[in-house]
Structures are given as structure tokens and as C-alpha cells.
Design a protein around this ligand. Structure first.
Ligand code: C5P
Length: 285
């Protein structure tokens, strides 16, 4: 049996540059893995089957993405075997943490191993991109520059090790990513300057300074996710000085250097005590 870890990501920056003619948007983003993860196991089987112990409805989209990834790889690699795939969910769904995309990438990796197929890197990356814009990043990581609609991934010097407190509010918004992209206006879009500045600070041994965590979705996320502004204020009151939005939200993250474990833990515990869904994670180095 083969096991794969599917990490969540946060966006240190996410600048949407403009709308394309194919319905997608060009972006430039620095993505960072955190150690909150799903676990996938792969065992031999005649057919492709996906089991998920999480309440079926909540994780249905992710299980479907896993199934699609498995079928795509099987068809492209000309494999006749199947697989029994078990998906253990921990990453909240539709949260801006790309859990489903990470599951998809883990499926490609796990099945290449189970079926002993060697797919060249660029071909695997193009399969990943056809499954979803965030999937290629998860074949690489843990810190990377992501461009195009998400398919151009360049590894970056790792962010210094630290803690990320994730505050994940629950909203039931069908087609969340598409809806948030389509709510963006020209004023939300930028030219990538902040991200390039952010990149220059990586690998310095310290976290980038506060002004470099730009996210184009900030305005539309606070508008769309009712109550998120209240959550942000709760985070500030509990001592989370600088909450940032991950992806198109609604997850907010607060970073702490490695030496500030106590502060990170205290914030996490305070948010939990207030009934918020908080996760204390480490950045993946
Ligand atoms: O690629 P993925 O299926 O995750 O994208 C979901 C939706 O988000 C797309 O259909 C598109 O509307 C929007 N999107 C976008 N630009 C991107 C990524 C996603 O407009 N770079």
C-alpha cells in the first residue's frame, strides 16, 4: 500500500493581473505549503474506487477530483489496473487552502508509484493543470512562484520556518472560486510589483514585512463572506496582529516566527475558545 501526504497551501501574495479571453485570469502568486494535510492511501484493485470517511457531501468535490485525476492518469499512461484510494480529509473544503487540488496532485504522485509508471515531469504538470489551476503547485512546492492561470510554477527559496494559525470560517457558497473571480473589478487587479518585492525578501531568514502580503481578493472576499470582517476583528482582539486572506478565502492566516510558538499557540487557543475553527500549523520547509 502506498501513502501520500497532501498539504494545504496559503498564498503569501496573490495578485490577479487581468482577465483572459479563455475565461481564466492571469495571476502571480507566492504559494506556501503548511503542514495541515489530508492523507491518501493507494492499494491495488481491478477498478478505480475512492473512499472518503468524511461526511460524504462535504468532501464530494474533492473525492471527485481524486477520481478524475486517477482516470486521467490511467488513460494517459495506458494502464489497465485500477486502485482503491482512501482519502482521509483534514483540510477544510472550499476554504482557500486548495485541499482538493492537493488531493489531486497526491493522487497523480501516488498512482505513478502504485502503477510503476514514469511520466515525464512536464507531462505530469500538464495533466495537473488540466485538472485544476492550483494542482501543478502541489507537484512541487513547498514555496513557489505561480504564474499564468496557475500552471507556471517556479520553486523559490523556502520561507523561513514558522507557525501559521489558520482561521477557517464555514460558508456554503456553490462554485466559490469562479464566483469570486467574476466579482473582481479592474481596481482589484495589480501588476505584480508587490510579489516581485516579496520574492526578493524570501530566503533572508526572516518573514517578509507586513506590506508584502497583498491579495487581490481582499475586497470581494470581505464583501461576499458575510461576517468575515467580524472574524478578522476577533483575530485582532485575540492578538493576531496581521491576518491575511488565503486564496479567494474565507481562510485567514496569521504567521509567527518559529521562536514565537507560545504566541501562536495562545492565539490559536483563544480563537478556539471563541468558537472559531482554528488550526495551528507549521510552514513546510
Ligand atoms: O482551475 P479551476 O477549475 O480551479 O478554476 C475554477 C474557476 O475559477 C475557473 O472556472 C475560473 O472561473 C476561475 N479561475 C480564473 N482564473 C484562474 C483560476 C481560476 O478565472 N487563474
Amino acid at each position: 500500500m502506498i501513502e501520500q501526504t497532501a498539504y494545504a497551501k496559503i498564498n503569501l501574495s496573490l495578485e490577479v493581473l487581468g482577465k483572459r479571453t479563455d475565461g481564466y485570469h492571469d495571476l502571480i502568486s507566492v504559494m506556501q505549503m503548511v503542514d495541515l494535510h489530508d492523507t491518501l492511501t493507494f492499494a491495488p484493485c481491478d477498478t478505480i474506487e475512492v473512499e472518503c470517511q468524511e461526511s460524504a457531501l462535504a468532501a464530494e468535490a474533492e473525492a471527485n477530483l481524486v477520481l478524475r485525476s486517477a482516470r486521467l492518469l490511467r488513460d494517459r499512461a495506458g494502464v489497465s489496473e485500477g486502485a482503491r484510494i482512501r482519502l482521509e480529509k483534514r483540510i477544510p473544503v472550499a476554504a482557500g487552502l486548495a485541499g482538493g487540488s492537493s488531493d489531486a496532485a497526491a493522487t497523480l504522485r501516488g498512482l505513478c508509484e502504485l502503477w510503476s509508471v514514469a511520466v515525464p515531469g512536464p507531462e505530469l504538470a500538464s495533466m495537473a493543470a488540466s485538472i485544476g489551476s492550483d494542482v501543478p503547485f502541489f507537484l512541487d512546492g513547498p514555496t513557489a512562484l505561480v504564474e499564468g492561470r496557475g500552471e507556471r510554477v517556479t520553486r523559490l527559496p523556502a520561507l523561513s520556518a514558522g507557525w501559521a494559525v489558520l482561521v477557517c470560517s464555514q460558508y456554503n457558497l456553490a462554485d466559490k472560486t469562479r464566483r469570486l473571480y467574476s466579482s473582481l473589478t479592474r481596481d482589484d487587479m495589480t501588476e505584480g510589483a508587490v510579489t516581485w518585492q516579496l520574492i526578493r525578501t524570501l530566503g533572508s531568514g526572516e518573514f517578509p514585512p507586513p506590506g508584502l502580503y497583498f491579495n487581490s481578493f481582499e475586497r470581494v472576499a470581505y464583501q461576499t463572506f458575510e461576517g468575515l470582517e467580524g472574524v478578522r476583528r476577533q483575530v485582532l482582539r485575540a492578538g493576531g496582529a496581521d491576518p491575511h486572506l488565503s486564496g479567494s478565502g474565507p481562510t485567514l492566516y496569521i504567521l509567527f516566527p518559529l521562536a514565537e510558538a507560545n504566541r501562536a499557540y495562545r492565539l490559536h487557543a483563544a480563537l478556539q475558545a471563541e468558537g472559531l475553527s482554528s488550526y495551528l500549523t507549521r510552514t513546510v520547509a
